[in-house]
Design a protein around this ligand. Structure first.
Ligand SMILES: NS(=O)(=O)c1ccc(C(=O)NCc2cccc(F)c2F)cc1
Ligand SMILES: [Zn+2]
Length: 259
């Protein structure tokens, strides 16, 4: 129906955000040759579940599900993390039609899409805005998404069923009763490394936790995600929320919670 918008060239970001060429950038290629099993890594733990959230087709970049991280916070701890991290928002990255759209890749292979659950360090900082510039400020859980046979992932269905209601930029809708724990795959295996936001301002403030097992969604669900449009200079364009290509590891080690 609509052309995929040409992403505004991640390679142009460096002009305005010189940190783009620094040594702690994301995403990366999670190469098994670069990962090391770390027996000290704990399992991830969610203390309590958020109930209220608001879904927003935000500024033509993606759709974002914002959580109220002041009153009923959803708190993540454990894993590679020191202290408590509050869930602030979740969003996704996807491709166009048959193109894969995950940001992280595994041994050079990309997935159809990637879910990001963004948390900020509430043990050390008082808000997302304060934490987002700090080296230990954020923790983002990345979950790969692939098109499965037909068994839809239940919790993700709560999100994709609502997307047709926010296809235009700026539209928003309430979504409560989402349980982030149920958005995680059944296997607890993950990789973790120190990285950055994958979109400007590319702050190097993220402890990345990428789940090894992908979620499966139906073709229809992926279509609903890919059918988000936004109006740019009077023209409808599909959100092409993909993505920044993998960045140099620059000597970083990737730890694995599994052998
Ligand atoms: N794709 S990702 O998971 O790495 C990612 C997560 C969060 C943000 C974000 O919050 N951006 C807006 C924002 C808002 C306030 C202050 C900021 F610095 C800022 F980046 C960007 C990318
Ligand atoms: Zn993201």
């Amino acid at each position: 129906m609509f052309e995929c918008s040409k992403s505004l060239g991640p390679h142009t970001w460096v002009h305005q955000f010189p940190i783009a060429q620094s040594s702690r950038q994301s995403p990366v290629d999670l190469r098994s040759s670069e990962t090391h099993f770390d027996a000290k890594l704990q399992p991830l733990n969610y203390d309590d579940k958020a109930t209220s959230s608001r879904m927003l087709n935000n500024n033509g970049l993606s759709f974002k599900l914002s959580f109220d991280d002041s009153s009923d916070p959803c708190v993540l701890n454990g894993g590679p993390l020191d202290g408590d991290f509050r869930l602030n928002q979740l969003h996704m990255h996807w491709g166009c039609d048959k193109l894969p759209g995950s940001e992280h890749i595994v041994d050079g292979n990309a997935y159809a899409a990637e879910l990001h659950m963004v948390h900020w360090n509430s043990s050390k900082y008082s808000s997302m805005q304060q934490a987002v510039t700090q080296p230990d400020g954020l923790a983002v859980i990345g979950v790969f998404i692939q098109v499965g046979k037909e068994h839809e992932h239940k919790e993700l269905k709560k999100i994709t069923d609502l997307l047709p209601k926010i296809t235009n930029e700026g539209s928003k809708i309430e979504l409560s009763g989402l349980n982030p724990l149920l958005l995680l795959p059944s296997s607890t295996a993950y990789w973790t490394y120190l990285g950055s936001l994958t979109t400007p301002p590319l702050h190097e403030s993220v402890t990345w936790i990428v789940m090894k097992e992908p979620l499966s969604i139906s073709k229809q669900q992926l279509k609903a995600i890919q059918s988000l449009y936004f109006l740019r200079s009077g023209k409808y364009e599909r959100l092409l929320n993909n993505n920044r290509p993998p960045q140099p590891l620059a000597g970083r080690k990737i730890r694995a919670s599994f052998k």
